[in-house]
Design a protein. Structure first.
Lengths: 284, 286
């Protein structure tokens, strides 16, 4: 049953067969996309018509490759920009929240912590529509009452950043909080007794200890933002992020260039993942 | 005195951004969602009304979709547990440690790639000219493509695929802390595999199962991409109604009512799951 116990061959091989099937199920969509990105055909599906790099580089009347497609390049750029801002703000606020809930005592702490965890169990659609409703209401109120026209309160780049930050901060808080639980508080106390202010002790003692978790949390927030669709779709202005752009192309005009974009994403994520495995292994 | 003052300053520096985040982006929007769901357009702006809710209960298509979505979400959650539990057990307890970290990493890759790309991948696989049909035809097993895409089956495959990894990871985390000697002891005392599974492994991994189940359920009930891209015209999915009200017909009051109902059903089922398993929400996050 486990490593140390003997098993009948039948049990062992049936189990192994199931695991192999599971991993095939896991990678098959990624493999299919990767192969079809190089298919010399005008349709997104099989049969295989030969190898081509057209879907990456072509710029002819019949075929527009990924790098010649301005709209697509633009939406990749917007997604990276969005993800960068979301990760930065989420990391700052999420780390503050982790320090607050792990180290401080105050009234209503339980309630606030519950609210900070809520985005884990609120469907993304709900966050999207409720932030849209509130920002629109606030925007029209401010305009009628004071004549202020505040751009980011209507669907726009910054509203997307705010919407994704609303749940990104929760993930950062949990990841940084998990590391903070392992922190030896006496180090902070030592700093305080050596006349450091509370802020100095956080900045020079606690934050350096948390650095690996903070970097990890930034990466997670970046990736969550980069792939988000459910919340983003409601808050988007005139410039779509990559998932929104991909969605409308899948629905209305799918060409194999979609395979090329997906292939790039698959390769990028795999390289990042294998890189992190390699770094962790070297540390040990 | 000096120390006390700087301590307070730090406290406010920490709590201020957190309060802004929680009040402006979590609390106020949900209050507004609730209020908006009772508003319809009147002659002089918005007026209070129950119409948005009566529309829901009077139209069979709406509440049927609502029930259908909840039923599917529960079904997919159970399926995700059945499919992934053996995998979680294998990766933590069976496979040699040399491969375990590589295989666990492989689990994370589809997660980070994002649902839009993976759902699109399933569209390519299941289509009439997709990978499965083309290879079956190539090998002469069938003559005409089997219609798989745009059905409830393709939708379920997509939903299972995008959500199941959120079940594996929390279960693996709990199983990692299960001491192997418990299983060895039970085995030495003559317990069968089934007994060990039922009496030791399942009870021990219950916190992980609950966390995973809650996340999977929430993801499935709130998902839009998989039902919309892989499901058929007749797939009754409640988030599609919400999207329509907000993005096509611009009937935001009705959309808010639908959103609030979705929030109610997902929270109450999650609450019930926490209650039955005696777990706290805090545990779900870890």
């Amino acid at each position: 049953m486990i490593r140390t116990l003997p098993n009948s061959p039948l049990y062992k091989y049936t189990y192994r067969f199931y695991i192999v099937c599971f991993f095939i199920f896991l990678v098959i969509p990624l493999v299919a996309i990767s192969i079809l990105a190089f298919n010399d055909s005008d349709f997104i599906a099989f049969p295989w018509k030969g190898f081509t790099l057209d879907w990456f580089f072509a710029n002819t009347d019949q075929r527009t490759g990924l790098f010649a497609d301005d709209g697509l390049v633009q939406s990749i750029f917007i997604s990276i920009k969005t993800a960068f801002y979301v990760a930065t703000i989420s990391t700052a606020v999420g780390t503050a929240a982790a320090l607050l809930f792990e180290e401080e005592k105050f009234r209503l702490k339980g309630l606030l912590y519950f609210l900070a965890l809520a985005p884990l169990v609120i469907p993304g659609v709900i966050l999207g529509i409720s932030i849209l409703l509130t920002s629109t209401m606030a925007g029209s109120y401010l305009e009628q009452k004071f004549g202020w026209d505040i751009g980011f309160l209507s669907p726009s780049f910054w509203l997307v950043v705010l919407g994704q930050f609303s749940f990104g901060a929760t993930y950062v808080m949990l990841l940084v909080g998990a590391r903070l639980k392992k922190f030896d508080r006496t180090l902070e106390e030592a700093a305080l007794s050596l006349k450091a202010t509370r802020l100095q002790s956080i900045w020079y003692v606690t934050i350096p200890f948390l650095r690996p978790a903070i970097i990890g949390a930034f990466t997670v927030a970046f990736l969550i933002s980069f792939s988000n669709f459910n919340t983003t779709i409601f808050l988007i202005g005139s410039d779509p992020t990559l998932p929104v752009d991909l969605y409308s192309r899948i629905k209305f005009s799918s060409t194999p260039v979609l395979n090329a974009v997906s292939f790039i994403i698959v390769v990028f994520i795999t390289v990042v993942a294998l890189g992190s495995l390699f770094i962790n292994r070297n540390k040990k | 005195m000096e120390d006390k003052k700087s301590f307070n300053f730090t406290f406010y520096l920490l709590i201020l951004p957190v309060l802004l985040w929680l009040i402006l982006l979590i609390v106020l929007p949900h209050i507004d969602l609730f209020i908006s769901s009772f508003q319809v357009d009147g002659d002089n702006g918005k007026v209070f009304s129950f119409d948005n809710y009566t529309t829901f209960f009077k139209n069979k298509i709406y509440w049927l979709t609502f029930i259908n979505t909840a039923a599917y979400a529960i079904g997919i959650t159970l399926l995700a547990f059945v499919v992934t539990f053996p995998v979680a057990f294998y990766l933590t307890k069976v496979v040699s440690r040399k491969y375990a970290s590589f295989l666990s990493l492989l689990l994370l890759i589809p997660l980070w790639i994002g649902e839009l790309v993976t759902v699109y991948g399933w569209m390519i696989i299941l289509g009439d000219h997709g990978v499965i049909n083309e290879s079956l035809i190539y090998f002469g097993i069938i003559d005409k493509p089997i219609h798989m895409l745009y059905t409830n089956i393709s939708m379920s495959i997509g939903l299972l695929y995008i959500s199941m990894l959120f079940m594996v990871i929390p279960i693996m985390t709990t199983l990692e802390s299960l001491d192997d000697s418990l299983i060895e002891a039970a085995s030495d005392l003559g317990a069968s595999k089934w007994t060990i599974f039922r009496r030791i492994i399942i009870p021990y991994s219950m916190p992980g199962i609950t966390s995973g189940g809650i996340i999977v359920f929430m993801l499935v009930i709130g998902d839009y991409v998989a039902p919309d891209i892989l499901g058929g015209k007749s797939s009754l999915w409640f988030t599609e109604q919400i999207y329509n009200e907000f993005l096509s017909t611009f009937n935001w009051g009705e959309g808010a009512a639908f959103g609030f109902l979705l929030l109610m059903i997902s929270s109450s089922i999650i609450w019930a799951a926490l209650r039955i398993s005696g777990q706290k929400l805090e545990r779900v996050g870890s």
